[in-house]
Design a protein around this ligand. Structure first.
Ligand code: UDX
Length: 445
């Protein structure tokens, strides 16, 4: 009998990539795949001829697409429930006798899917696209706010947050913002619905966070599967929402080995005008070749690189290349790349580790604050900018990573970490085995 899995990604690049990669992993294990998705940030169905795609309404108008992520998610969570329910109910009614719909797999950021799947008697598995350590902190994040951690004084900024290691108090302001009223309920519902689910799938592995994965089992009391960095099995390029500038690769071909610093802040982080210029000058002053992804809208309200004067632009072009969106996994795998100035989204962090590229950490907020601490303080495979978006700091960090002895040591540690993670996805490795267990679990539901 044919077994089908229904998947429902959150409409953000950093969530669509892992969901479609997981879809490919499950498809390779014999499952048929249907992807339900919102109209907003719809994945390109034509890039995935093996899957069925069904679009639902989300009530997001063109004008609203500039909202911050938290309010966009709140809005989509409000609007998509009823269309999602109808779509899923229809699918279940239409499913033929020769086919069993085994389960729904959706992002832990969807708040209504557990209740919908319960009402339709369909088991639900939760996909967590960030580090397990961060999901484990969901129950305590609202408490931190009431514990008087904020505001953080300068003298205690470097202290660690005892309830949430290795986070430092200075990081907290970008995890819990004092004005964000919707955060508490959002986290509570996520925890409660995850506990009612049939299991959690993490894009992670034991080699990176064995203890956190065990803690997740204790907190959520459901089966946990750490399937590894998904892109190690299947690349994410086919799920890109933006057009990738393929001229990056021939440009990299002309550069020396490990000479180029790759700079990208992912799909949602914004920087101020002044910070954007500091990054530009920092890169130029470092005198290292660079490949810089300037996403349209990186500086809110600014179309692309209009803030760079003609003079600055021609200086930058002496050593660097600026693109709107890059084929990131291909770039990181290129022999010319020697470092990655990143916002430490979980996908980017994993992609960098898997290619053995040391990082310069410039997290924007949320789980990126935690990922960057692991990179700089725990694994010691990167340099933390500590939020200083200043030309001198950027120049110093780039030169330290690419030219100096300390940078060489960071690179050596990164190579060790890369090898450990690579073992986990090979035949017999912990992630590889976890895929087997996951497939068996889905079949048993
Ligand atoms: C968001 C959050 O920021 C992040 O903290 C969370 O862990 C996942 O959701 P995003 O900001 O998009 O994600 O960052 P990230 O997780 O790094 O995902 C970005 C994806 O886009 C990566 O798979 C990366 O390869 C891809 N990308 C990025 C490109 O293909 N080209 C680019 O130029 C930049």
């Amino acid at each position: 009998m044919e077994k089908r899995v229904i998947m429902f990604p959150l409409p953000l690049q950093g969530c669509i990539n892992p969901m479609l990669q997981l879809a490919k992993i499950l498809h390779s294990r014999g499952f048929s795949i249907t992807v339900i998705h919102t109209r907003f940030n719809a994945p390109k169905a034509s890039n995935h001829p093996l899957f069925n795609f069904l679009e639902i309404e989300d009530g997001v108008s063109e004008k609203e697409k500039d909202y911050n992520v938290m309010s966009l998610l709140a809005q989509i969570n409000r609007n998509a429930e009823s269309p999602f329910h109808d779509c899923l109910r229809k699918l279940l009614l239409q499913s033929q006798e020769s086919e069993k719909i085994s389960c729904l797999i959706d992002d832990c950021g969807w708040l209504f899917t557990q209740s919908v799947s319960e009402s339709l008697n369909l088991p639900r598995l939760v996909l967590c696209t960030f580090k397990a350590t961060f999901l484990n902190a969901y129950p305590i994040i609202p408490l931190l706010r009431t514990k008087g951690y904020l505001p953080v004084s300068d003298s205690e900024a470097e202290d660690s947050v005892l309830e949430f290691p290795p986070l430092r108090k200075r990081d907290l302001l970008r995890v819990i913002r004092e004005d964000e009223v919707e955060l508490g309920p959002f986290l509570r519902v996520t925890v409660e619905t995850t506990m009612r689910s049939s299991g959690i799938i993490f894009m992670s592995c034991e080699e990176l966070e064995k203890e956190s994965l065990n803690i997740a089992k204790e907190i959520f009391k459901v089966p946990v599967f750490a399937v590894g960095p998904f892109h190690s099995y299947f690349s994410a390029s086919s799920s890109s929402l933006f057009t990738q500038d393929e001229t990056c690769v021939p440009w990299l071909d002309k550069q020396e080995d490990k000479s180029v610093i790759y700079v990208s802040l992912g799909s949602v982080v914004n920087v101020k005008e002044s910070e954007f210029l500091e990054i530009a000058y920092g890169l130029y002053n470092s005198k290292q070749p660079f490949l810089w992804v300037v996403r349209p809208g990186l500086v809110q309200g600014v179309e692309w690189i209009t803030l760079l004067s003609e003079e600055l632009m021609s200086s930058l072009e002496e050593k660097g290349k600026i693109v709107k969106w890059a084929p990131q996994q291909e770039v990181l795998a290129h022999r010319a790349i020697g470092g990655f100035l990143t916002h430490n989204g979980w996908n980017s962090t994993l992609e960098s580790i898997c290619e053995g590229v040391p990082m310069i950490c410039l997290p924007g907020g949320w789980d990126q604050m935690l990922n960057s601490r692991f990179v700089s303080d725990i694994w010691k495979v990167g340099i933390h900018l500590e939020g200083r978006i200043e030309r001198e700091e950027i120049k110093k960090a780039v030169r330290l990573l690419m030219m100096e002895n300390e940078g060489e040591k960071i690179r050596e540690r990164m190579n060790v970490l890369k090898d450990e993670v690579a073992k986990s996805v090979k035949h017999g490795g912990s992630s590889f085995r976890s895929i087997e267990t996951l497939a068996t679990h889905i079949l048993s539901l």
